[in-house]
Design a binder for this molecule. Structure first.
Ligand SMILES: NC(=O)c1ccc[n+]([C@@H]2O[C@H](COP(=O)([O-])OP(=O)(O)OC[C@H]3O[C@@H](n4cnc5c(N)ncnc54)[C@H](O)[C@@H]3O)[C@@H](O)[C@H]2O)c1
Length: 331
């Protein structure tokens, strides 16, 4: 009975205009009765429409009183009846994220350039009871990407969520970087991610129910990693982290939220390929984060589930660092 807590009672008397206390008592009764208005408010809270009129203060108080208890975190995290498109999920971080959203009930469309993606994809559908389909796609070829989105819309009936995970890295001194390979990093990590987000947003707009986009940036967007040489890669991830603000602004009118995730050192082939060539990198990876270990791809499942679900209904235009404390006092 939160309204009877002494602290809240005195707050209510000191800040609220006269007459609202009675109104709030009525609201509380309505909440307790779990009447149809509670259900309406529940639907309205997560509606994608941004054209509704600005509520009055008392309406906002009523809405809050009705929803804060009726929305369990467990329910809000559910991704049931949704379709999530995930690029780069043929292995690594993308695969873990695909599994995470499937565990929350989402059907998943996996887009990757790999001819033979990880075998785990074959068992996901039976194991988790969601629809799973693999599409061999190159995110640097717009026609290919657009055709794949059309296939996904036909197969799944639309798109509700999207994660852009496809990415590449080249770790070598900046003075040795060549034009073509640098262009490949930028085309894959920046253009590939942005145009995946664009096609996803268009599909969400067509469906008319809003949606969520999570782009994958990197802790490299926050600062350089000792013993790694990734100037162009860092630039590409900085671009993603920055673009999120504009995308959030432009897509909010369609009820589409856009955020990014910046992982630190994660235990995937992308990191191991370099660590094998640079043994000193392994000790950096294991000792530099405050939590003194490499990140596991499963460490990213919770945060992506949060960003794609109603649990983050009031969150857009931000980046979330998942780096074991790497960026906390690193310099
Ligand atoms: N591993 C890390 O420590 C780390 C840290 C921060 C950010 N990231 C980012 O996370 C994402 C995933 O990285 P990962 O570690 O899982 O790497 P990974 O190399 O294991 O997986 C990347 C996936 O992207 C796919 N891909 C690459 N180019 C593609 C293209 N043109 N079209 C379609 N698919 C393509 C690859 O086939 C691969 O399956 C990348 O964007 C990466 O930059 C990784």
């Amino acid at each position: 009975m939160a309204l009877q807590a002494p602290g809240l009672r005195s707050l209510r008397h000191s800040f609220l205009p006269q007459g609202l206390t009675t109104q709030m008592r009525g609201i509380h009764q309505a909440y307790n009765a779990q009447d149809k208005h509670v259900q309406i408010a529940r639907r309205r809270r997560f509606s994608s429409s941004t054209t509704k009129k600005i509520p009055t203060i008392s309406e906002a108080i009523r809405e809050d009183a009705q929803t804060y208890k009726s929305h369990s975190v467990r329910d809000m995290m559910s991704l049931g009846n949704r379709t999530t498109v995930i690029t780069g999920a043929g292995r690594g971080i993308g695969l873990a994220m695909a599994r995470g959203v499937a565990e929350l009930g989402s059907d998943i469309a996996i887009l990757d350039a790999l001819e033979r993606p990880h075998d785990d994809i074959l068992t996901l559908e039976n194991e988790l009871g969601v629809r799973v389909k693999y599409y061999r796609t190159d995110v640097t070829k717009f026609d290919n990407l657009e055709n794949t989105f059309n296939e996904v819309k036909n197969d799944f009936g639309g798109v509700d969520n999207c994660i852009t995970c496809a990415g590449i890295v080249i770790d070598k001194p900046f003075l040795e970087h060549e034009w073509e390979e640098s262009a490949r990093i930028l085309t894959t990590n920046v253009m590939g991610s942005l145009f995946t987000a664009q096609l996803a947003a268009k599909a969400m707009r067509e469906k008319g129910k809003g949606g969520n986009i999570a782009l994958i940036a990197s802790s490299a967007a926050y600062g350089p990693t000792p013993s790694r040489c990734m100037a162009v890669y860092s630039a590409s991830k900085g671009a993603i982290k920055t673009a999120v603000h504009s995308l959030a602004i432009e897509l909010a009118p369609y009820g589409i939220r856009v955020n990014s995730i910046s992982p630190g050192f994660m235990s995937t082939e992308m990191v191991f390929e370099t660590a094998l060539k640079k043994p000193e990198l392994w000790s950096t990876i294991s000792e530099t984060p405050l939590l003194k270990r490499i990140g596991y791809s499963g460490d990213l499942k919770g945060v992506v589930g949060f960003l794609l679900s109603d649990a983050s209904a009031y969150t857009t235009g931000i980046d979330i660092l998942v780096d074991g404390g790497l960026n906390c006092g690193r310099y």
